[in-house]
Design a protein around this ligand. Structure first.
Ligand code: ATP
Length: 681
């Protein structure tokens, strides 16, 4: 307790029922959640009756591990942390009858699009009438369910950028009936194929808890305390899940409204602002002292929030020294940026006594960091990536998992199509016909016997044997994965020949180890789909399919800002803070989106402890200034780039010279004489 300040201590030792810890970046929210769990366990609460909920598996693991290392292991063994989705998935598996969804297969967003493509193919007339991509239809469906908005309202905000004029109203009226048909068909498809998408997991649990006293009684006995991190990112659907626990358990929620960056997923930071009203009998504890960053770093972060029209009422004060001013580095290209960063890191590593893990690189997208990754590989700087495509979402893994999925749930059409078309010579049309026959066979025959006949020929016997072999191994998930991989590996190596050896092959031993943690195929598939960052031997290996560049525990982290919540590092590079990126050119006509982009930048800036290095692109700055000069000093334009009015007294600005690794040469080439050096005597 002596490591907590007075307010943190009050929160940790809170003796009332529900508490909101409202705090700024780096003020110890995570530390306080960890402290709270340890305190409760220390005071005799059964660790198995505490549930920690976070937004990433990584954050959940970190909190649980830190609680475990803070007190005796015998009392913390049952402590659980999970994301909202994986918690619901666990509840469904743990209480199969209560939630009635145990024989369902969880499908991920890629699969949702796959299912929607099938629908769009079947409902060509409606699909043509709406002119929206399957991905957009899925987004609309998910947004409406997460925000509990009507279809009309959802269309207005997702497709028509919130416009309310007559033309927009008319257009919404016209397309809505067709979208309704497509979305209903998607719902039917889920029901027929026994699919649960991610949102269904929450809905199934939330609905049951809301209407069923028995369900509440059962869960109340299991969960005394619910600890929720990043409360500002919860959306109305997640709120529906939390709400029944107000009467069943004690809520301990921590949040920061200035770090709310998930409104595109429906996050509603009113869950923080209106906490006291929504949770009767609750109290609020404010934390305001920042322990992470030096004051100069906070000055830039504070300045950024002050320029917002929203009043966050947050002025972070450092508990540390003034430190060094942040650096604003102007670069002429991404390659220069990459070279500059890698040299700084190598310099810090060799001369500055810093480890690679002391460095965190933040970018809006993983895609932007490709040149940086290339330079890191070239210069042998070990790194891991957070964000971007996840391990279980990568194509080669999904190919193998498709076989496991059809064994687990033979009604799984999406997996059948993926599995069948994986094999050379089976195209989508043949595969669709096989799938129809497979599904109708399920009603009266044994599929393992019938599969060779349905597919026919050599393919039929080969795939039939493979299906039966994996079916036999169902009870041993690791063996099932091993067998599936071994049988498919030749074709995998061929399909992904471009980067098989360098990137993909090494993922399969990891998949096997991961499978070993699960008791049944169904559990592996539903958990594995959700859980992308499982800790294996203490190393977070599954954040991305490209694990680490070396077998090295000390590595730089390259993260998207959205995946960097809760992270901190001695030195942070925030990449490409240029016009049209902060805020994004896509968001300029929507004030809410601009403000969300400001919070994204705020999250990035507040990750740094001692060194903050912001890079930006010289040519976009010049282009931006030219636009301002051409149009006159237009306030609206200047405010469309967050750093435009940054007081230069807050940073050190520097231009990076062109990187010329070759050195200067003379202008014209000399001749060479190839007869030299040979003595014919
Ligand atoms: N009372 C304290 N004394 C010393 N260090 C502290 C104290 N409270 C927090 N810290 C340190 O400050 C840093 C930030 O804490 P923490 O990660 O818990 O903050 P946070 O509020 O969750 O941050 P964010 O929301 O920005 O991710 C950590 O390194 C933590 O160890």
């Amino acid at each position: 307790m002596q490591n907590f300040n007075i307010n943190q201590k009050k929160a940790v030792e809170f003796s009332g029922k529900h508490l909101l810890v409202l705090a700024g970046a780096g003020t110890g929210k995570t530390k306080t959640i960890i402290g709270r769990a340890s305190y409760l366990i220390d005071r005799g609460t059964d660790a198995g009756k505490i549930q920690i909920l976070t937004f990433t598996k990584r954050a959940a693991n970190e909190i649980v591990e830190r609680v475990k290392s803070s007190i005796s292991s015998s009392t913390t063994a049952n402590l659980r942390g999970a994301t909202f989705h994986s918690w619901c998935s666990q509840l469904i598996t743990k209480f199969p009858n209560l939630f009635g969804a145990s024989s369902f297969t969880v499908i991920d967003p890629d699969d949702q699009i796959g299912a929607m493509k099938i629908i769009c193919g079947n409902y060509v007339k409606e699909y043509k009438a709406v002119r929206l991509k399957p991905q957009q239809l899925i987004d609309i469906y998910s947004f409406a369910r997460n925000t509990k908005k009507s279809l009309t309202e959802t269309l207005r905000s997702k497709v028509f950028k919130g416009k309310t004029d007559n033309d927009t109203n008319e257009e919404i009226l016209q397309i809505k009936p067709y979208i309704e048909i497509l979305l209903k068909a998607y719902q039917n498809k889920k029901m027929q194929s026994r699919y649960l998408d991610y949102d269904d997991l929450l809905l199934v649990v939330a609905n049951r808890l809301q209407k069923d006293v028995q369900a509440r009684d059962i869960l109340a006995a299991h969960y005394e305390h619910i600890l929720i991190d990043e409360m500002q990112d919860t959306n109305p659907l997640q709120w529906d899940l939390i709400k029944p626990f107000i009467s069943m358990s004690c809520l301990f929620c921590v949040g920061d409204d200035a770090q709310s960056i998930y409104s595109f997923r429906g996050a509603d930071f009113k869950n923080v602002h209106l906490f006291s009203e929504r949770v009767p009998g609750s109290e609020v504890q404010v934390l305001d002292k920042n322990y992470r960053s030096t004051q100069y770093i906070l000055d830039v972060s504070n300045w950024l929030l002050q320029t917002s029209p929203i009043d966050y009422n947050k002025q972070l004060i450092s508990a540390r020294e003034l430190g060094e001013k942040p650096e604003l580095i102007n670069v002429e290209s991404q390659w220069e940026e990459a070279n500059y960063i890698s040299e700084r890191i190598l310099g810090n590593f060799t001369e500055g006594n810093k480890t690679f893990s002391d460095h965190l690189i933040l970018s809006r997208s993983q895609y932007y960091t490709k040149p940086l990754q290339a330079v890191f590989i070239q210069k042998k700087i070990p790194y891991v990536t957070y964000g971007g495509r996840k391990f279980m979402e990568s194509a080669h893994i999904k190919d193998v998992v498709s076989l496991l999925r059809v064994v687990n749930n033979p009604y799984d059409e999406i997996a059948w199509i993926r599995f069948l078309t994986f094999w050379e010579g089976i195209g989508e049309i043949r595969a669709s016909k096989f799938v129809k026959d497979i599904i109708s066979c399920l009603h009266h025959d044994n599929l393992a016997d019938q599969l060779p006949h349905i597919i026919g020929g050599q393919d039929g016997s080969r795939l039939g044997d493979l299906f039966s072999a994996v079916l036999d191994k169902q009870g041993d998930v690791r063996a099932a994965v091993k067998m599936a991989y071994e049988e498919m590996s030749l074709n995998l190596a061929y399909k992904y020949r471009k980067d098989w050896n360098e990137k993909r092959k090494a993922d399969f031993p990891v998949l096997e180890i991961l499978a070993g943690n699960y008791a049944s195929l169904g559990e592996f598939i539903s958990e594995g789909v959700l859980e992308n960052s499982k800790q294996l031997n203490g190393t977070p290996v599954l954040e991305s399919s490209k694990l680490t560049t070396e077998d090295h525990k000390d590595h730089v982290i390259i993260s998207t800002v959205h995946s960097a919540k809760g992270l901190e590092a001695d030195t942070c590079f925030v990449l490409n803070v240029s016009p049209k990126v902060y805020p994004s050119a896509w968001n300029l006509d929507d004030n809410d989106e601009i403000e969300e982009d400001r919070r994204v930048l705020y999250v990035a800036l507040t990750r740094a402890k001692n060194e903050l290095i912001i890079t930006r692109d010289t040519s976009s700055i010049n282009a931006f200034h030219n636009t301002i000069n051409d149009t006159g000093e237009d306030k609206e334009i200047t405010s469309s780039y967050f750093l435009e009015e940054l007081p230069m007294s807050l940073v050190h600005q520097k231009n990076v010279q062109k990187h010329n690794s070759r050195g200067a040469d003379i202008e014209r080439p000399n001749d060479i004489d190839l007869s030299m050096g040979m003595d014919f005597n």
